[in-house]
Design a protein around this ligand. Structure first.
Ligand code: FES
Length: 105
């Protein structure tokens, strides 16, 4: 869900102009918006699992400080999705534990 009418910021005029792939699912996004915003708009709230107890984590601080939102982005683990802008064609995966580097980038 996106906020399309805001009392202070006004109406949303941008349109989805990018596609990102999240755990194999294609998600429409707005180029330049934070990855986390695109995921929340698509109803995705679980971004990673904790290393020890596999507990779900999602967006928390939304300013790049807590690392709860880290995911594997284009093969790179521990990317803070709340401060990383969307680029068309990004491949994003839910991070389990500390994540693993992927050969395919
Ligand atoms: S939500 Fe805290 S770093 Fe992204």
């Amino acid at each position: 869900m996106r906020i399309v009418h805001h009392p202070i910021l006004g109406d949303e005029t941008r349109v989805c102009n990018a596609i990102i792939t999240v755990d194999g699912r294609q998600i429409p996004a707005i180029e330049g918006e934070p990855i986390a915003a695109a995921l929340l708009a698509a109803g995705i709230k679980k971004f990673r699992e904790t290393p020890k107890h596999n507990k779900p984590r999602g967006i928390f601080c939304a300013i790049g400080r807590c690392t709860d939102c880290v995911m594997i982005v284009d093969g790179i683990p521990n990317v803070r999705t709340c401060i990383t802008p969307v680029r068309d064609g990004m491949i994003i995966k839910t991070q389990k534990g500390l994540g693993e580097w992927s050969e395919a980038r």
